[in-house]
Design a protein. Sequence first.
Length: 450
Amino acid sequence: MKFGGTSVGSAERIRGVVERVRERASLRPVVVVSALSGVTDLLIRGAGLALERKPGPEEIVLELKTRHREVATELTTAGDARLALFNHISAVLAELSALYVGVHNLGELSPRSLDAISAMGERLSHEIVAAAMNEQGLSARAVDARGVLVTDDSFGRALPLPDETEARVRQTLLPLVKEGQVPVLPGYIAATREGITTTLGRGGSDYSASVIGAALPAEAIQIWTDVDGMLTVDPRVVTTAKVLPEVSFAEAAELAYFGAKVLHPATIKPAVEKGIAVGILNTLNPEAPGTLITERTSQPEGGARAIAFKKGISVILIAQPRMLMAYGFVARVFEVFDRHRTPVDLIATSEVSISLTVDDAERLPAIEADLAPLGEVQVLRGMAIVSLVGQGFVRQAGLAARMFGALGDINVVMISFGASDVNLSFVVAQDKAESAVRRLHREFFEKGRA
């Protein structure tokens, strides 16, 4: 059971979490929690201020201390348990203060240092949640995920090492579960073999839960959030968005990768490999049935299921007439992206050119420079990917006609279709993305023809 930041955003919300866990106590739950809502952003802002040698980090530490102590006070009675919790909060925040001072003095914020700072929110929250469970009569044990989740040293977006993680999960967590205890772990954070703190990237608590669930292995993985499930579209863009009662693994992975906010893109992979169902549920509306993600669904093929979109995309166009009938050109292009560790989202090719998209602009200038010797390079910034997701698309006649007919006068810069049976994606200027999404939703979900 994974609970996100909004689910543990206050003492009242944490009581709700305790109740959800109590209801499933007979199923022997393992709990993963995010930082309290807004805390990770605050930690990163403090790091930026320390780097710029501006005032503010000390106030942020004090704000975090006050907030976490207040939540802890509401959830525990006076005594040894509360004192231990206060001591833990003070120790973690003293470590944070030291890190901020180091960043200030050195004038440097390395990815490794930023991971250590970003991890503080979860290190605080999971101890508070475990204490709240014990206060309410559940037998809970706070377990530091850095002793369980083993990753490489790709700081900022570390990759779990499955075999070593599985061994630690079974050594550390299974005995607690068999004893009837509820392990409570911080999501998002992990450590290298040497014990150096890493993070799995923003939204990585979902990934933590999936990796741990697959390693146990669990019967089910539940992602508890603040919406009723996966929706046909972002409800902030289309208020008539509908909850999807079931989604296939393939559909969920595409939706997550291309912008659906409910799920971290990598969450599905460990579950798929072990065939474990993933449920998306709402802590604020626990009676809602939510969305169940399984290998296959009962839905008929050929229909659109949902729309996702992702802004902040850059399109890279590489043209080289000499690549006509040549071999090795595409390999050389992708070697550049491999060297800069930058993933590519969409790809389209012709005889003499390649178009592709990336959402990580940090290394774009260096990539552009390395691509220049291979041909003429053009970069279009401020773009967005819009994806129509469903099943059996390649066998659905007229799907593209309906889609492009709905878009009308919105200019499409790039199209990717056929690489996946569940995804038809295209690129538009990001200021046109929401209009494109609304038009598609009307066509496929509001006319009764999807």
